[in-house]
Design a protein around this ligand. Structure first.
Ligand code: ADP
Ligand code: MG
Length: 421
């Protein structure tokens, strides 16, 4: 693989302008170029896209990239096109294309021009597309956000379950699965469901040493507490997550009334307003976005300085993902969650309307959030342990970056809490 080593560095520079690989990228790329099934677990911002983009660009044939969100696919296609002089180098195949557009996409694939073909999982199930893809050389299939295949993940999508069956129809092509969800259960699910338990696995550390974790008890005064926090971080960008659209609207309004530039973001707003609010945040026309979890997937704003959870999240994976949007540039990122047991009960009540299997998973995930909120140990250690990673809470990077470590609860307080439970 020595010759490859020289080549991939050169190609990295040529296509992306980077002079070094980040983290495990180089090993991952080599594994894929060796036609091995490959499994990549890296935190958000770790540079997973390049792990399939580079091999796709430098190999014969077309790579199929499965991704759950059209917006994400479009972003990536635009980015890839800007690296190349040919528009046809990357395409999206989805239900919104016209007949003419589809013909063009097929033409570009057949002529060997298209190196990356992004498809939504539901499009890939269309016989028409599968039949076509069987006739062209496929370099590999990449499954981005692979945790969507697992009910234990934070974003289960049943269409992902069909992927294995479809990929098999494409012949013997290597698969690369990528996710930022590190729980052992989800990993197992991914490998099993993609039928690639033989995959070479690359797992990066999930520690984010520049993030400060804090949990505060949620009281009636939560809004004024948040306002005070934001005023202490004047002019900084931040995200506030709420569980419901109604809450998003209410909190955004309270902030605005108090002179904080904030906009709401949730799936109930029309697409134009959503896009506008997102752009305002990215362009720094506003400091704060108050949002449901609909906001953030694929958002790459490097200098988000705080992420506040007005309501507790449904799982620690979600919490890690959402807080992970802070401090992507390596600078300060304050992650503050408000916790009250009432909210837990509300969530449980909400879940009780769901099918039993889903309920059980939901309760189990929620109990982990409760344990995190109530723990008096290092929060970083707790989180990383949940992701199957041992963290040295004395010497590890970022060891003092949480409330429990900075202000340890006295024994009396700790006992007091136990009694209350
Ligand atoms: P992920 O999908 O793991 O969340 P992305 O693929 O979106 O991460 O990459 C995150 C950021 O890292 C992007 O801005 C990307 O340009 C940058 N990046 C990726 N690889 C490198 C590299 N080798 N050198 C410098 N920056 C990189
Ligand atoms: Mg990604």
């Amino acid at each position: 693989m020595n010759s490859n080593e020289i080549d991939i560095h050169k190609e990295l520079k040529k296509y992306f302008g980077f002079s070094q690989f980040k983290g495990l990228q180089e090993q991952v790329i080599k594994s894929l170029l060796n036609k091995e099934n490959t499994f990549v677990i890296m935190p958000t911002g770790g540079g997973k896209s390049l792990c399939y983009q580079l091999p796709a660009l430098i190999q014969e044939g077309t790579a199929i990239i499965v991704s759950p969100l059209i917006a994400l696919m479009k972003n990536q296609v635009d980015a890839i096109r800007s690296l190349s002089s040919e528009n046809g180098v990357a395409h999206v195949l989805n239900s919104s294309l016209t007949k003419t557009e589809i013909t063009q996409v097929k033409k570009d694939i057949t002529s060997g021009l298209t190196k990356l073909l992004y498809v939504a999982p539901e499009s890939l199930t269309k016989d028409e597309y599968v039949t076509f893809l069987q006739t062209v050389p496929i370099s590999f299939v990449a499954i981005d956000e692979a945790h969507c295949i697992s009910e234990w993940g934070h974003d289960f999508r049943p269409e992902y379950r069909n992927l294995k069956h479809i990929i098999k129809q494409l012949g013997d092509v290597p698969i690369i699965g990528l996710t930022a969800t590190a729980t052992p259960k989800v990993q197992e699910d991914i490998l099993k469901n993609l039928d690639m338990t033989d995959a070479t696995t690359f797992k990066a550390s999930f520690n984010r040493p520049n993030l400060y974790y804090e949990v505060r008890t949620k009281t009636k005064n939560v809004e004024s507490d948040i306002i005070r926090f934001i005023k202490q971080h004047k002019g900084k960008s931040g995200i506030i997550y709420c569980l419901s659209r109604k809450k998003v609207e209410a909190v955004a309004e309270v902030l605005q009334v108090n002179g904080i530039s904030a906009v709401p973001y949730h799936a109930g707003l029309d697409a134009k307003t959503r896009a506008k609010h997102q752009d305002m945040f990215l362009m720094e026309d506003v400091d704060v976005v108050v949002a449901t979890i609909a906001f953030g997937m694929g958002i790459d704003k490097p200098d988000v300085r705080f992420v506040i959870h007005h309501d507790i999240p449904k799982s620690l994976e979600s919490y890690y993902q959402e807080t992970g949007r802070a401090g992507r540039d390596g600078g300060e990122g304050h992650c503050l969650a408000y916790y009250s047991y009432k909210d837990v009960e509300k969530l449980e009540k909400f879940m009780s309307g769901k099918p039993v299997a889903e309920q059980e998973i939901g309760f189990a995930l929620l109990q982990e959030v409760v344990a995190y909120a109530e723990t008096s140990m290092s929060r970083r250690r707790f989180l990383l342990h949940y992701f199957g990673e041992e963290f040295d809470d004395v010497n590890g990077e970022g060891a003092d970056m949480d409330d429990n470590v900075r202000n340890p609860k006295s024994k009396v307080e700790a006992i007091d809490q136990v009694v209350k439970l």
